[in-house]
Design a protein around this ligand. Structure first.
Ligand code: ATP
Ligand code: MG
Length: 304
């Protein structure tokens, strides 16, 4: 028995293992130092399966409490290069969550109506209500990523020209940090995930899409062409993470070359975020207790 206690299980070792992927020192952050193929101490999908299952079950319990308490909300932001696995991660991690307590929004190219507003407008309209988990599949961060890599997109935004400074990206980081601080102060907890896939692994996934007819619908020539801008995206992601990692809205840089590992890290980070809220079941006051006693009497009366 004693020797068993001395040898911690992989689950015990795991602890807050998502923390190792948290950007805690943004000024020192270098994307090149983060390994997209990292799997911590785990060697296989099978080894990770029970940990993931436990994470999903705990997430489901916490989400119920979040909903019942109806005070906090949780915003999860997902950003990644194409084929990193945003969709499947969201699907797996949220698989145990009551759909009524969770809202997923995907942000694609902005519409004419979106372009008639400031760059934070369309996502602000979709923020999670109290008690809910909101998931942004892409987000306002596209405004310092794709728009930075393709400056012609900025021109479509109809900004008055004298309001486009040389360092517009710095201003956008400030606006984003201000928004996230405001949200945090008003009860929205925020966690942001950059799913970090390598260029080689992305090529393999694109090739798989070409080889498998049932994946053809996912294939887009534009995604392959976008690889020509890979280095510019890397620089934009790095700058974004360095400038928008804050204690109340941290970034996780999640290794994404092994999908099973990526899911585990995200599930663990979401559980940590909800645990940090120290959620409580709503208190039952004396009026409610009276209601419950009356309901019992009414139901018992039906039998008589
Ligand atoms: P999937 O390919 O898995 O369906 P996706 O998120 O890549 O998901 P797409 O429709 O393929 O969806 O691509 C959406 C595109 O919209 C991306 O290339 C993204 O960069 C772009 N986009 C998102 N927000 C903006 C924005 N604010 N301005 C310009 N382009 C944007
Ligand atoms: Mg796409």
């Amino acid at each position: 028995m004693a020797s068993r206690q001395r040898r911690p299980t992989i689950a015990q070792q795991a602890g807050h293992f998502a923390d190792r992927f948290l950007v805690s020192d943004p000024k020192q952050f270098r994307l090149a130092k983060a390994d997209p193929g990292d799997t911590w101490r785990l060697r296989s999908k099978e080894q990770a399966a029970s940990l993931l299952q436990r994470g999903i079950e705990r997430l489901s319990e916490l989400q119920e409490q979040l909903y019942a308490q109806d005070r906090w909300s949780l915003l999860l932001v997902f950003q990644a290069m194409d084929a990193a696995g945003k969709d499947s991660t969201i699907k797996h991690v949220m698989s145990g969550v009551n759909p009524q307590g969770c809202q997923v929004h995907s942000f694609k190219q902005p519409s004419a109506e979106d372009l008639d507003h400031d760059f934070l407008w369309r996502t602000t309209c979709r923020l999670p209500e109290r008690g809910r988990i909101g998931i942004f599949n892409r987000s306002y961060y596209e405004e310092v990523l794709v728009v930075r890599v393709h400056p012609e997109l900025l021109m479509q935004q109809k900004l008055p020209s004298k309001l486009i400074p040389k360092d517009i990206w710095k201003e956008r980081f400030e606006s984003i940090n201000d928004l996230e601080l405001h949200l945090a102060r008003n009860g929205t907890s925020i966690r942001k995930f950059f799913l970090h896939v390598s260029k080689d692994e992305q090529r393999k996934r694109f090739e798989a899409r070409l080889d498998e007819p049932e994946k053809h619908w996912k294939f887009a020539l534009g995604d392959v062409r976008e690889r020509a801008h890979w280095d510019q995206y890397v620089r934009a992601y790095e700058d974004m993470i360095r400038n928008t990692s804050t204690p109340h809205a941290p970034w996780y840089v999640v290794p994404a070359d092994h999908k099973w590992f990526m899911r585990l890290v995200v599930a663990a980070a979401v559980v940590d975020a909800l645990e940090d809220l120290k959620l409580e079941w709503p208190k039952v006051d004396s009026a409610k207790r009276k209601e419950i006693a009356t309901a019992r009497e009414v139901l018992a009366g039906e039998d008589a």
